[in-house]
Design a protein around this ligand. Structure first.
Ligand code: GRF
Length: 202
């Protein structure tokens, strides 16, 4: 299978996927990175891995529509089987979600449906939950609202702040995302409405 990754920043989740590809635990080829941020460290990670990076500088576009038109074209050019949003910080427009329905997944640093949106770790600390975690889900036209593939949880400690919690969650993200990508590439994810079933190995 061919996978392409969208990232906006540091790219540690992108790196986790690259490491799993290198270890052979994901049977696929990463055919490209697409980013909206020319300063994303993910670009450096792509270059070091010999992967083409497409930079669509969001701030250089006159409108979100113009950006999304180029993003759609860049994604179509990847001819990927799966698009992985790994720390991609923009809402994906309906045209793109529909163009790749069922072939786009996202990692969110909270146990959805709790704490969707930005600063999920801060939301969790401020709410006072005792368990937090991350969610890998299919992208639908909502925000962080598609069918859930994998969730992993971590304890929230009494002296946690958003950074200490984020550091604990990110460790689980680096396990959950590559696992979900591997399952997709082995055709082991079956979606029935909102429910997702993980099939046994072939
Ligand atoms: C991760 O916590 C991810 O869940 C959230 O933003 C962070 C991105 O980290 N969307 P990285 O760019 O993958 O290191």
């Amino acid at each position: 299978k061919r996978i392409a990754v969208l990232a906006s920043g540091r790219g540690s989740n992108f790196q986790a996927v690259l490491d799993a590809l290198g270890a052979g635990t994901i049977r696929a080829e990463c055919v490209g990175l697409i980013t909206d941020n020319p300063g994303a460290y993910a670009i450096t990670r792509a270059r070091e891995a010999g992967i083409e990076a497409t930079v669509l500088d969001y701030r250089a576009y006159p409108s979100k529509e113009a950006y999304e038109a180029d993003l759609l074209a860049a994604m179509q050019a990847c001819r990927a089987d799966l698009f992985v949003l790994a720390g991609y910080m923009r809402i994906v427009g309906t045209a793109i979600v529909e163009a790749f329905a069922g072939r786009m997944i996202n990692i969110h640093p909270a146990l959805l449906p709790s704490f969707a949106g930005l600063h999920a770790q801060r939301q969790a600390v401020e709410y006072g939950v005792k368990v937090a975690g991350c969610t890998v889900h299919f992208v639908d036209t909502g925000m962080d609202s598609g069918p859930i593939i994998i969730q992993r949880c971590v304890p929230v400690l009494e002296d946690d702040d958003e950074d200490s919690l984020a550091d604990r969650i990110i460790e689980e993200e680096h396990r959950a995302l590559p696992e979900a990508v591997a399952l997709f590439c082995e055709d082991r994810i079956q979606v029935e409405g909102r429910r997702v079933r993980i099939l046994p190995p072939a």
